[in-house]
Design a binder for this molecule. Structure first.
Ligand SMILES: [Zn+2]
Length: 443
């Protein structure tokens, strides 16, 4: 009997050696204990930063949240810097915090943001058992403290010193400053020095994001010859409204239904006199029922999963626009918003590490979220340069609304899963993650 038990134990050991990642190592158990020990402290920290109002355009508020985190990263031994934006951009800037470990190990980029959509008048954090109400509690000061307390626990367990980590917290994720490439330069630069990106927007117990759709804007204007309505379809041509209707309906008929491609017509103004303010997306239209209308303008967005999908779609939209009805003209223009984060094998490998860590901790499997269910975010800017995983932050609901709340109990789970994933990825050789694109000159 004893021999049998021994054999079984040896078999377990051998299996464990082959697949050690499915169980917690001693050091990982220490990491877990450090996270549990700091649980109350973490909630108090979250309350402190949630109670600093920091909507994107509240620059002093975003700076105060940033200074709080900066001090914490300084005390962890990170080299920190504040990336300022020019005054004309009216954005607070970003925190970059870097930690150098062993060379040759994978370099991890952690992504958060300090700004919120809603600007409260004052403190909003109200604890209710294991939940808390508070602006930014879930989106995403909760995710920011998941990052910080994962790193604190790694340090306490002696697991931080070998790791190569850059954390970038943007100050304008919710309302990105313009020009966008400039506003995101620090983040993109950090990703060029990194191998894997982990982003901490709102999480779920069993799903994480390996793909996000990108966003582009479009604006369509049509013109017709203003004339007596009796002449429509003959001498007066078809007018701006029929031309607009033709184009929008052809978009729907010819382009709708492709996977992960959507194009929403969000607003439309038409008549003899149209004023459309592109900044506020509002305007006025005037006409008379006996006039063939002269002008129409419509605007909307375009969401896509890969870099080539919007290019192909824009070509098809331009082709539709070009087939004018008699006596009309039309033009469409596009603006770039967020690039897409396409699903890649590399992203799936990062998810597998997170999933294994979650299971080793006893929290169950984590699978890929449907990209159609998630909007664009900062990780999309670095998707061309690193493998990545998003949605690792706090659990909660009511993002972008005054009723936002965050699950305090689940902070522990998210922090444990983050810490293990950072350690497991960060101890791998960097060459496992090398990407062709990163080396491309001028990109
Ligand atoms: Zn967010």
């Amino acid at each position: 009997m004893r021999r049998l038990l021994c054999a079984a134990a040896l078999a377990l050991l051998a299996h464990g050696a082959l697949d050690a990642q499915t169980a917690l190592s001693r050091r990982e158990q220490r990491i877990r204990a450090a996270i549990a020990a700091a649980g109350d402290d973490q909630v108090a920290y979250l309350q402190h930063v949630v109670d600093i109002p920091s909507a994107t355009l509240d620059l002093p508020g975003v700076l105060r949240v940033g200074e709080t985190f900066r001090a914490s990263f300084d005390s962890l031994g990170f080299r920190t810097s504040w990336v300022e934006m020019p005054a004309a951009m009216r954005r607070a800037g970003h925190l970059v915090a870097e930690h150098r470990g062993k060379s040759g190990r994978a370099r991890i980029l952690l992504i958060g943001h300090f700004d919120t959509v809603v600007q409260p008048a004052g403190p909003t954090f109200v604890r209710q058992d294991s939940l808390a109400r508070g602006i930014g509690g879930a989106d995403m000061k909760g995710g920011d403290v998941v990052i910080l307390y994962a790193l604190k626990a790694l340090q306490r367990a002696g697991a931080l010193k070998d790791l190569n980590i850059t954390a970038v917290f943007t100050g304008d994720e919710e309302d990105c400053g313009e020009p966008r490439p400039f506003a995101r330069q620090a983040l993109i630069d950090a990703s060029r020095r990194s191998d894997v990106s982990l982003a901490f927007e709102g999480g779920t117990p069993s799903l994480a994001t390996i793909a996000r759709r990108g966003i582009s804007g479009w604006r369509l204007t049509t013109t017709g010859k203003q004339a007596h309505s009796a002449g429509i379809f003959s001498g007066a041509g078809y007018g701006a409204i029929y031309e607009m209707s033709r184009i929008l309906d052809a978009f729907r008929a010819q382009l709708a239904g492709e996977q992960y491609l959507t194009f929403n017509a969000a607003t439309l103004l038409a008549g003899t006199d149209v004023a459309f303010d592109t900044v506020t997306t509002s305007g006025t239209a005037a006409s008379k029922t006996n006039i063939v209308p002269r002008q129409a303008v419509a605007a909307g967005d375009l969401r896509f999963i890969s870099p080539e999908q919007p290019e192909r779609t824009r070509e098809r939209m331009r082709a539709v626009v070009a087939q004018h009805l008699p006596g009309t003209d039309a033009q469409i223009s596009f603006t770039d918003g967020y690039p897409a984060m396409p699903p890649t094998e590399g992203n799936s490998r990062v998810l597998a590490v997170y999933d294994t860590a979650s299971q080793a901790l006893g929290y169950g499997p984590v699978t890929a979220m449907d990209p159609g269910l998630r909007g664009a975010g900062d990780i999309s800017f670095v998707a061309p340069f690193t493998d990545g995983l998003e949605g690792l932050g706090a659990l909660g609901e009511g993002d972008h609304s005054p009723g936002e709340w965050v699950n305090l109990k689940a902070l522990l789970m998210q922090t444990e899963r983050a810490a293990l994933t950072i350690a497991r990825l960060g101890n791998r050789p960097a060459r496992q993650f090398h990407r062709e694109l990163k080396a491309a000159p001028g990109k």
